[in-house]
Design a protein around this ligand. Structure first.
Ligand SMILES: [Zn+2]
Length: 136
């Protein structure tokens, strides 16, 4: 994946995280920008509610993509920050999302995140994030 495309995804993820009005419990906003093999980008933020069924930004992006017919995926960029912070910090998918991603992506799928203070891009494979994942 070329660096410009990854930085575009990071920028998209930041933009949607900054528009988040659904993180009233944690005050931690997360943005995810998912690139489908069609070239289309699907953005999502975390959606929290009073129960325990909150939806993470990653799965929001996947739900949008899957319901629009996208079936194969290249990579996802994820960033997060407290609402009061200016800077985004390194943010990686939770365990539930790692399992979800492992079932809807291929082994070359990449997860990117960015830390504003370090000005550093991090790249992971799902095998690094969820080795020996559960499969039926
Ligand atoms: Zn999650």
């Amino acid at each position: 994946m070329e660096n410009n495309k990854v930085l575009e995804l990071i920028s998209e993820a930041k933009k949607i995280a900054n528009s988040n009005f659904c993180c009233k419990h944690s005050n931690f906003t997360v943005g995810a920008s998912l690139l489908g093999k069609s070239g289309k980008i699907y953005n999502g933020f975390n959606i929290e509610n009073d129960g325990i069924q909150s939806i993470c930004a990653e799965r929001t992006a996947f739900a949008k993509a899957l319901t629009e017919g996208e079936k194969e995926f290249v990579c996802i960029a994820v960033v997060g920050k407290n609402l009061n912070d200016v800077n985004f910090s390194k943010t990686l998918p939770c365990g539930y999302c790692r399992q979800f991603l492992s079932e809807y992506t291929s082994s070359d799928f990449k997860v990117y995140t960015y830390d504003d203070k370090e000005q550093k891009l991090y790249t992971y494979t799902l095998e690094e994030l969820l080795p020996n994942s559960f499969r039926l």
